[in-house]
Design a protein around this ligand. Structure first.
Ligand SMILES: [Zn+2]
Length: 202
């Protein structure tokens, strides 16, 4: 008899490693010689398994006075609205990654615009980067990670149902710049504040 399939809930593997990916030995955690931070160390083969922040890349897709948002079909923040964004893959540039996520999550056609926002989120070890993108069509074909993709005017933005603080921050900066008549590049840091919004899009 086979057990019923369990619903798979997305969660990233913990950053702390238990076993050496080179030789399979159990890792130690301590500060290596000539270093000043605790690392995962292999005393068998000598490998030091450094961990560094992850990049999340996305776009602000523009169609006239509207912005394209996607409603997430995956955890975390299933059912909440987001700008198309996701983790940078190996071997791509930040602009390529932002474009890839926009194609994958929204099925949008667009031309890439300028770098717009860079949001440091040190308490979750992430940096989120958004480019402007000019949509060339208002028909979308959301991929499996999105329940729907939809255009919103500023007045229609579902502020209370946005998935992540980097999204609301970027949208506020966008509408402020648009009102001012010119788009700048913005760098901001989100602190571990009172808003219990996760920052880990997939
Ligand atoms: Zn090893």
């Amino acid at each position: 008899m086979t057990a019923p399939l369990r619903t798979v809930t997305y969660f990233p593997a913990p950053r702390a490693q238990r076993f050496c990916s080179q030789c399979g030995s159990v890792l130690a955690r301590r500060i290596p010689d000539d270093d000043n931070r605790v690392r995962d160390l292999c005393d068998n083969c000598g490998a030091i398994h450094y961990q560094n922040p992850r990049m999340v890349l996305g776009t602000v897709p523009i169609w006239g006075d509207q912005i394209l948002l996607c409603r997430r079909a995956i955890e975390p923040r299933h059912g909440y609205w987001t700008l198309p964004a996701g983790f940078m893959e190996l071997g791509e540039t930040t602009e390529e990654g932002a474009a890839r996520e926009t194609r994958e999550e929204a099925g949008a056609t667009f031309t890439m615009g300028a770098l717009f926002s860079m949001i440091d989120i040190p308490h979750v070890d992430q940096v989120h980067i958004f480019y402007l993108a000019n949509l060339t069509h208002d028909r979308f074909d959301p991929g499996p990670e999105s329940l729907e993709a939809k255009l919103f005017t500023e007045a229609e933005i579902p502020w209370d149902d946005l998935a992540f603080r980097s999204i609301s921050t970027t949208l506020r900066l966008f509408f402020a710049d648009r009102a001012a008549g010119h788009f700048d590049v913005h760098s901001q840091a989100l602190s571990h504040g009172m808003i219990p919004t996760p920052e880990e899009p997939a």
